[in-house]
Design a binder for this molecule. Structure first.
Ligand SMILES: [Zn+2]
Length: 201
């Protein structure tokens, strides 16, 4: 047999089974319990890469420009996310500053960079693929955006708030990251790793 035998394990009943030669758009189910093993969507990898590259651009804009301008008693203040982290650090809220930095800057940046490296490479790094699921829970852009919108709503009674470019960028980034997670299929990437590995005899 020239074709390599791919095996899948069912996440519901742990049955190890040989993958069928599936047509495009098919949904492959476990032969024992009927759980969905994977969906065959050609072009998924390219779509996820496009979404991730767009997310990278929005991430840079979101961190380069002020999130919201505040006008109160004739004074105007505006800060970027990193500026807010620095202010928190100076105000001795070191733990909060560190949490904001990790969950809204470092973890999303690392996840986006790793995703691009994995999706764009012809032979993705197995180490990166293994680290991706560990990094993802630390990226909390959606929690940050939610907190931001609640804060803006509460502060709107006390001062004039002017939404900045970064606010819209963070909202767009949140949507792009959600779309990226929905289209990403780790199985496609693992398959390209196994296909590019030299066959042992
Ligand atoms: Zn099963």
């Amino acid at each position: 047999m020239n074709a390599r035998s791919n095996l899948s394990i069912c996440h519901d009943c742990d049955l190890l089974q040989r993958e069928p030669a599936e047509p495009s758009g098919a949904v492959v189910k476990c032969v024992r319990c009927g759980a969905v093993l994977y969906r065959c969507n050609p072009g998924n990898r390219e779509r996820t890469l496009a979404l991730t590259l767009a997310a990278a651009v929005l991430f840079l804009i979101a961190n380069a420009f002020p999130i919201v301008g505040i006008e109160t008693q004739g004074q105007h203040n505006a800060s970027t996310l990193l500026g807010a982290v620095l202010t928190l650090w100076r105000d001795h809220d070191g733990l909060v500053a560190l949490l904001v930095l990790v969950t809204t800057v470092l973890a999303p940046a690392t996840e986006i960079a790793m995703m691009i490296a994995v999706l764009a490479a012809r032979r993705p790094s197995i180490r990166l693929l293994r680290w991706l699921p560990a990094i993802r829970p630390w990226a909390m852009i959606e929690v940050f955006v939610l907190g931001l919108l609640v804060s803006i709503q509460k502060l709107s009674h006390l001062a004039i708030l002017i939404p900045g470019v970064a606010l819209w960028s963070f909202i767009g980034l949140m949507l792009l990251l959600a779309a990226k997670s929905a289209t990403f299929n780790a199985r496609d990437v693992w398959q390209s790793v196994s296909l590019s590995e030299p066959r042992r005899t």
